[in-house]
Design a protein around this ligand. Structure first.
Ligand code: IVH
Length: 701
């Protein structure tokens, strides 16, 4: 299906799609990094990311900071939720709330049901939507036995030990407790406590000796929600205990007995010793709900904790049960979101930050201002186009906003207050960290530094990739050592690793004779390496393992590949045509490969590395004696006896290269039914064409 034009999306559609994209990317990340079994290609992943970025650029208020996760994935045991933990549909405008009420109304037919859910009669519980981390607490005979995070809704993480340290969560329910019940609610941190925690973390960091003040030890949280989530996901429960966490209860999961109404259930919660949000009210009709929304909105900035909307829940539990769910959201509840909190302040300067992937991000430095209870001194300007579109200039008074879990953003400029001499901002075309060219690929909003392996902002990340398991697989070199070696100038680029001597490591904290010998041996063992690993290890954008394999296979040797990539910089060249003719390598990947080699720094890194390492020429597996070994084949039209994918896999297994389009280098074009222009082109170029049966005969059936 073709994705809708981003400029035509409504905010609600954008929110929905973003949620879907985030879920897909998270699944892909997990498959790639955790399970080590990629499920989508690098190009597909990139397409998801690009789509996400362009939607976030149009609706900055829906953008989400990538969550910080202090404990690595897999650090906690998995817990399957007795009932899935769902999310809520969002309403942004009054019309959305009306539509929600309409759909509830339309769900029923019997007059006695309809009467209970009419627009002006429906009973709803309206309460703040807390911006924290949802948690499920299981009580057996009134005793807390398990606490779990939401996770993906079906499976969460077991954080029982940590949650036991939160004073607002009862260890034992007061009064009469059911046999078994799962209580759900939000763990959160207040804004003042969050700020105090950040100050404390910063002070602890500054108290470290200078050589230990590495980036990864600096752990400030972006907002109260991240602080709460990060504090719950600690490996040491004592750290969780030291964090000011709180809890509001608002729902139940699996239970031995169902309550009758949401509102009465809140009385039970209070009896048992939970805090229920004091702003929750039982209201009647849509008007009652909207009135409550306005009242809560008015108090929002004065509340000690962040809220991002008001949740309406149908009070009658029997109606909830009948309405049920659509996908991952209940039909009986909705979150009416608040607009982001805004303030005006002076923009003092614009600095360009270079991220670990080389993305150049403009950051606005502001005269500090209080936005909904949090002091804001910096805000993101997203990208080049955003600055231009909003015409943001240094010296301007700007409107900024903080939307929940998002880094504050610059929304607009107050033109009336622009100083006369304010000049349009010129976005740099070179990287402020390393001076390499910073380029913007066609169709992308982000400008990126091409200095990958030499740019200090990216070097640590690149070196980490370089030594990782799928690349050079050098054991014994963790992030901490890489950062230290880099800072001390010991390892600036990959080739430096191969020049390390025992003397360089001796006397370093944490390094003993044995570990030094082990590391040097691990490095020595990689002086010869498969070409595809070599290519992958360079960390070229969009060149993941699969693409690296394709390149190795198509170019055979490092020398060939390098020469071809340099030659391909001319889009009219045969080298360019050959590169883009490789199946699954399109113009976008080609552009990144060319940009990499266009940067002298990168060529230096590769050349330097070749002095230390031998990349083995690619050997096609099991291709000896194959009639199509080393041949380049192209498929076109519909095959009858097997799918295109199977045909490709067979061809590759027999040592052929499968290309996506016909060129002079094509050896065979295999023509299925309904073939199009490729067959004409093959004829014009004098390329041999085979029918499916002829092809099968050639490869032996
Ligand atoms: S009710 C079936 N009530 O919002 C849905 N959720 O988008 C049950 N949240 O994952 C949730 N405050 O973490 C509910 N007063 C509140 C809430 C609340 C915050 C969170 C919760 C949930 C998310 C849904």
């Amino acid at each position: 299906m073709k994705a809708a034009d981003v400029t035509k999306l409504t905010k609600a559609q954008a929110a929905k799609e973003l949620e879907k994209l985030r879920a897909e990317m998270a699944a892909a990340d997990e498959a790639y990094h955790v399970k080590d079994a990629p499920e989508i290609t690098d190009a597909e992943y990139d397409a998801l990311r690009r789509r996400l970025e362009s939607i976030e650029a149009r609706f900055p208020e829906l953008a989400e900071a990538r969550p910080v996760a202090p404990a690595p994935a897999g650090a906690f045991a998995k817990v399957a939720h007795g009932r899935p933990m769902l999310s809520l549909d969002n309403a942004f405008y009054q019309e959305d709330v009306e539509r929600f009420a309409q759909s509830v109304r339309n769900f029923f037919v019997r007059p006695e049901d309809v009467a209970r859910v009419e627009r002006d009669a429906i009973r709803l519980v309206a309460e703040p939507k807390i911006d924290g981390l949802s948690c499920s607490l299981t009580y057996e005979k009134g005793v807390l036995v398990k606490a779990a995070t939401r996770g993906d809704g079906a499976i969460g993480e077991d954080v029982t030990q940590n949650v036991r340290t939160i004073a607002e969560i009862p260890q034992k329910l007061k009064g009469k407790a059911p046999e078994r019940i799962e209580i759900r609610g939000e763990v959160y941190m207040t804004k003042p406590e969050f700020l105090k925690l950040n100050e404390k973390l910063e002070a602890e960091f500054l108290a470290l000796p200078p050589e230990k003040q590495t980036k990864n030890r600096r752990r400030q949280f972006a907002n109260p929600r991240n602080a709460a989530a990060g504090s719950v996901r600690q490996l040491d429960p004592e750290i969780t205990r030291s964090r000011p966490l709180r809890f509001f209860a608002y729902a139940w999961g699996a239970a031995s007995a169902e309550p009758e109404s949401q509102w009465e259930f809140y009385d039970r919660l209070k009896d048992w010793g939970f805090k229920v949000n004091p702003l929750a009210r039982l209201v009647t009709g849509v008007d009652g709900a909207l009135k409550r929304y306005a009242a809560i909105a008015e108090q929002r900035a004065d509340l000690a904790y962040d809220i991002d909307g008001v949740v309406y829940k149908i009070d009658e539990v029997s109606l909830q049960a009948r309405l049920g769910f659509v996908g991952r959201t209940p039909r009986w509840a909705i979150a009416h979101k608040f607009p982001a909190e805004q303030a005006r302040t002076l923009l003092e300067s614009i600095e360009i930050q270079v991220g670990r992937t080389g993305a150049l991000t403009p950051v606005a430095y502001l005269k500090p201002v209080n936005v909904g209870g949090v002091l804001v001194a910096r805000a993101t300007l997203h990208n080049e186009d955003e600055i231009q579109r909003k015409d943001v200039r240094v010296g301007d008074t700007v409107v900024i906003q903080r939307a929940g879990d998002v880094i504050p953003q610059v929304v607009s400029v107050v033109l009336d207050e622009r100083p006369k001499n304010a000049k349009p901002f010129r976005f740099p075309e070179t990287c402020p960290e390393c001076g390499s060219a910073a380029v913007r690929a066609e169709g992308e909003v982000v400008r990126r530094c091409t200095g990958g392996l030499v740019c200090p902002a990216q070097a640590v990340e690149r070196l980490r990739l370089f030594v990782s398991r799928d690349a050079f697989d050098i054991e014994g070199l963790g992030e901490k050592s890489i950062i230290e070696f880099f800072k001390d100038g010991l390892v600036k680029m990959p080739g430096d690793l191969f020049r390390l001597k025992a003397g360089d490591l001796k006397d370093r904290e944490g390094w003993k004779e044995k570990s030094i010998q082990n590391l040097l041996a691990a490095i020595e063992a990689r002086r010869t390496i498969a070409l595809d690993r070599f290519i992958f290890a360079l960390g070229i954008r969009q060149v993941g393992q699969a693409t690296a394999k394709l390149l190795a296979k198509n170019y055979g040797t490092l020398e060939n590949w390098k020469a071809a990539m340099v030659a391909a910089s001319d889009p009219e060249s045969e080298a360019y045509a050959t590169l883009t003719a490789i199946d699954q390598i399109g113009p976008s990947v080609a552009e990144d490969l060319i940009a990499f080699f266009a940067e002298e720094h990168n060529r230096t890194v590769v050349d330097d590395l070749t002095h230390e390492v031998t990349a083995e020429a690619f050997v096609a597996p099991s291709a000896t004696g194959s009639p199509i070994a080393d041949k380049t084949v192209v498929f076109t039209g519909t095959l009858e006896k097997m799918t295109r994918n199977e045909a490709k896999a067979r061809a590759e297994a027999l040592g052929a290269k499968v290309a996506g389009s016909v060129s002079k280098r094509t050896d065979y074009l295999i023509v299925g039914s309904d073939a199009g222009s490729k067959a004409d082109k093959a004829r014009a170029l004098g390329v041999a064409t085979l029918s499916e049966d002829e092809w099968l005969a050639l490869i032996g059936g």
